[in-house]
Design a protein around this ligand. Structure first.
Ligand code: ADP
Ligand code: MG
Length: 348
């Protein structure tokens, strides 16, 4: 009798579950793509059909770009740069916040991440052309520029005043600003009742909430060895940021060798830490962005030491020895989908 009742109950629950599945319409997301912050931005909302929310987010991205791009002449960052070694400049709260974070990540990474990298970025001039070049900067030029790179000479003062202490110093927030921007889009989405969305700022991803059926999002991890943008594997997660830095995004070729856009502040050259790509999983995208750049420069060993000192930070390293190094706590979330790469569990 008892077991009959239980069976009946199970039958009712099953029927309800099936009906529920049957009734839920599979909703297409609303989506917009724009070219902003020197990258392709795609915003997708899955649980609301209100395009105005996306437009609001895009407006905010433009505002951030206008304040923080160093190629926009009257941006706060350009004003700081123009006044390096001359005088402090008062900046907007947003800019001050990003600079505080940038300085913090410089400090904890011992300068592997350094927002005063501007003079070196200019010298290398690594755009996205992926073509051949017939010369490199000279060692003398590199040394000269390297002397201008030092986050300790970025002064964050009272009342949002910011000062670069030496003439010729230049801020470049390319390694952190997309993370901040993704966090801001997330904030706008949440404030407008969006609970399920994918925010993609050129590979700097925020997977907001979960899929409409309650499943985790499945985010592809880019293959750094294939510039056409295939995936080496998939990570399943809910409400997390996944930021990838790779040597495939922007580079040029000189005498058969790839020179990419993430620079080592110790040598002044594109970093050669044995990493082809690294993806960092965090709650805040600004942390993930700064850290992805830092870990790329630090390499697996030093990079792992750094993230072990931080809370809620996970990383997937792809090395130039065709290994994918993950921490064991990520194993149940990460699925390798490439036969040529070997999965290595990070012992640290
Ligand atoms: P992407 O911008 O391709 O997503 P990153 O977040 O790693 O990749 O940022 C790389 C950009 O950051 C470079 O284009 C340059 O503007 C800047 N950058 C390069 N090297 C460093 C560094 N060591 N520290 C801070 N920023 C850097
Ligand atoms: Mg970065």
């Amino acid at each position: 009798m008892k077991s009959n009742r239980r069976l009946a109950l199970i039958a009712i629950i099953l029927t309800m579950a099936i009906m529920n599945i049957g009734c839920t319409p599979k909703q297409e997301p609303i989506s917009k793509t724009a070219f902003l912050m020197d990258t392709t931005v795609t915003l997708k909302i899955y649980d609301k059909q209100d395009e105005k929310i996306i437009d609001k987010a895009i407006q905010r991205l433009k505002e951030i770009e206008n304040r923080m791009s160093r190629t926009i002449e009257d941006s706060d960052i350009s004003l700081i740069n123009k006044n390096s070694g001359i005088k402090p400049v008062q900046v907007h709260d947003d800019v001050y916040y990003v600079l505080e974070q940038a300085k913090y990540f410089s400090t904890i990474s011992n300068g592997a991440f350094d927002p005063t990298i501007g003079p070196l970025v200019d010298l290398w001039d690594i755009t996205g052309d992926k073509g051949e070049r017939d010369s490199l900067p000279t060692d003398g030029e590199i040394k000269e520029r390297l002397e201008l790179v030092n986050y300790n000479d970025l002064e964050l003062m009272e009342d949002n005043y910011v000062y670069l202490k030496r003439q010729g110093m230049e801020l470049d927030l390319g390694g952190i600003v997309k993370g901040y921007a993704a966090d801001e889009v997330k904030r706008i989405f949440l404030e407008n009742g969006v609970k399920s969305a994918i925010i993609d700022l050129g590979g700097n991803i925020y997977a907001l909430g979960e899929k409409s059926n309650g499943d985790p999002w499945r985010i592809g991890i880019q293959n750094p060895f294939d510039v056409t943008g295939t995936y080496i594997g998939i990570i399943s997660l809910k409400d997390k940021s996944v930021v990838t830095s790779g040597n495939y995004e922007r580079f040029f070729i000189y005498q058969g060798k790839r020179y990419h856009h993430i620079l080592d502040t110790k040598t002044g050259y594109p970093s050669e830490s044995g990493i082809a790509g690294v993806s960092v999983i965090t709650d805040k995208s600004i942390y993930g962005d700064a850290l992805s750049t830092a870990l790329f420069v630090l390499g697996v060993e030093e990079g792992t030491k750094l993230i072990n000192t931080l809370e809620d930070v996970d990383a997937i390293f792809i090395t130039d020895k065709d290994e994918v190094v993950v921490q064991d706590k990520l194993l149940d979330k990460f699925e390798l989908r490439n036969d040529e790469l070997k999965l290595v569990v990070n012992p640290n």
